[in-house]
Design a binder for this molecule. Structure first.
Ligand SMILES: CC(C)(COP(=O)(O)OP(=O)(O)OC[C@H]1O[C@@H](n2cnc3c(N)ncnc32)[C@H](O)[C@@H]1OP(=O)(O)O)[C@@H](O)C(=O)NCCC(=O)NCCS
Length: 168
């Protein structure tokens, strides 16, 4: 898909460093004050360019949104980890760099991921978000998601509630 200066395409290994940059920037902006400092820093350190390169080499499916040749956001997707549900696909991560949020890029990436899953014959999808990530939860509800499940993740000594949203 191309609209003016905006395009969405499959990620390549050569994108690893730029995706890692989006990841770090967005994680710090989103999760500071939600995830404790130490586990947040450790998670960011683990997902540097080398880690992204390895994941892409191993076949991770990622779409990147480029704005004026700069990667402004990405989404990773695949088969759902929630077996036995009508939600065959899952968005593992959907991140738009803070400076580019609120101008339609997240919505475009979401729709492109849906189309990609459908093209692979995978019906329905789900996504998990931390409940304290109110912007993400409100976004997924706005995009028509229905809350279907809850769980918890451990970050250092803090347990954080997470919520699953789904689309048929
Ligand atoms: C959540 C996120 C992906 C949304 O992306 P975005 O580019 O800011 O959203 P868009 O501008 O594309 O918005 C798309 C639609 O959702 C709506 N929307 C966006 N954020 C919203 C919010 N917090 N509450 C309600 N609606 C929202 C927009 O109004 C727009 O509606 P429209 O299409 O009817 O006009 C982005 O804020 C982000 O990357 N956040 C940090 C990372 C994160 O939390 N990712 C999810 C982790 S699970």
């Amino acid at each position: 898909m191309t609209t003016g200066l905006i395009s969405i395409r499959k990620a390549k290994q050569a994108d690893a460093a730029n995706i890692a940059g989006v990841y770090e920037d967005t994680w710090r902006h989103t999760y500071q004050g939600i995830i404790p400092h130490l586990p947040l820093s450790q998670m960011i350190a683990r997902r540097g360019p080398g880690s992204w390169q390895r994941s892409l080499h191993r076949g991770m499916v990622a779409l990147v949104l480029e704005f004026d040749s700069e990667i402004a956001g990405y989404v990773t997707l695949g088969r759902s980890r929630m077996r036995g549900t009508p939600y065959g696909g899952e968005l593992f991560e959907l991140y738009v760099r803070p400076v580019f949020q609120g101008v339609g890029f997240g919505g475009r990436l979401f729709q492109a991921a849906r189309t990609e899953l459908e093209g692979r014959g995978i019906d329905g999808l789900c996504v998990w978000a931390l409940a304290d990530n109110e912007i993400a939860c409100a976004f997924y509800l706005h995009m028509g998601g229905r809350q279907i499940s809850e769980g918890a993740d451990q970050f250092g000594d803090r347990t954080l509630r997470k919520v699953a949203f789904a689309w048929r």
